[in-house]
Design a protein around this ligand. Structure first.
Ligand code: GSH
Length: 209
């Protein structure tokens, strides 16, 4: 039995990424809900007050990519990183794309407006969402063009897919995603393929987690 603990809240897409990495590696984990703004959490797990963080014995890590590389390399199971330099660089490129471009637009400007604000009793900012639509369309076009195989880096599932999937699964549940995703057939097929991966439905359940 593994003793991996992930710290975070279930709706967080980066927590979902870390959980999907564990699930697809075949590493059991416990999800420990946190008050990510608390002084204790900052001191013990994440000095930047974000989620996820990981603890495995004496190992403590934060940042989803660091967690993903650790879980992939410290445990037996299917490799979640390409073995060749170009493949690995391509995987890192996609992860940077998710972190630096996709997450901010899709989660920051659309998903948060559609799901998080209403949960707090606030109205979504329709102008902000409308402004994000063409930006998301252009970003999704890049992914659509890049999806020449079954996964972002060819025929094997990698960490890159596990960074992107929770974000686009959220987007798909918005009216904007309902318009933007279906015409992009490679992307839609990929997302449906990702929905078949280990524990996807449990980890990516909609609604307040
Ligand atoms: N660079 C971090 C980003 C993590 C992150 O932004 N997580 C979000 C949840 S999806 C968070 O902690 N948000 C809390 C906040 O923004 O205050 C990583 O890769 O782990």
């Amino acid at each position: 039995m593994s003793d991996v603990t992930l710290f975070g809240l279930p709706p967080s897409s980066y927590v979902r990424t870390a959980r999907m990495i564990c699930a697809n590696k075949g590493v059991p984990h416990v999800l420990q809900p946190v008050d990510f703004r608390s002084a204790d959490y900052r001191a013990d797990h994440h000095p930047f007050a974000r989620m996820p963080a990981l603890q495995h014995g004496d190992v403590k890590l934060y940042e989803a990519l660091a967690i993903g590389v650790y879980v992939d390399e410290a445990f037996d199971g299917p490799a979640l990183q390409p073995g060749d330099p170009m493949g690995r660089a391509q995987m890192m490129q996609w992860i940077s794309v998710v972190n630096d471009y996709i997450y901010g637009t899709v989660v920051g400007n659309c998903v948060s407006e559609r799901f998080v604000k209403p949960m707090r009793g606030l109205e979504p900012d329709e102008a902000k969402i409308a402004e994000a639509v063409p930006v998301m369309a252009a970003q999704l076009d890049v992914i659509e063009a890049g999806l020449t195989g079954s996964y972002l880096c060819g025929e094997a599932l990698t960490l890159a897919d596990l960074f992107l999937a929770p974000v686009l699964h959220y987007l798909a549940a918005t009216p904007e995603g309902g318009q933007l995703i279906p015409p992009r057939k490679h992307l839609e097929t990929w997302l449906n393929r990702m929905r078949q991966t280990a524990d996807f439905d449990e980890i990516n359940a909609m609604g307040p987690g």
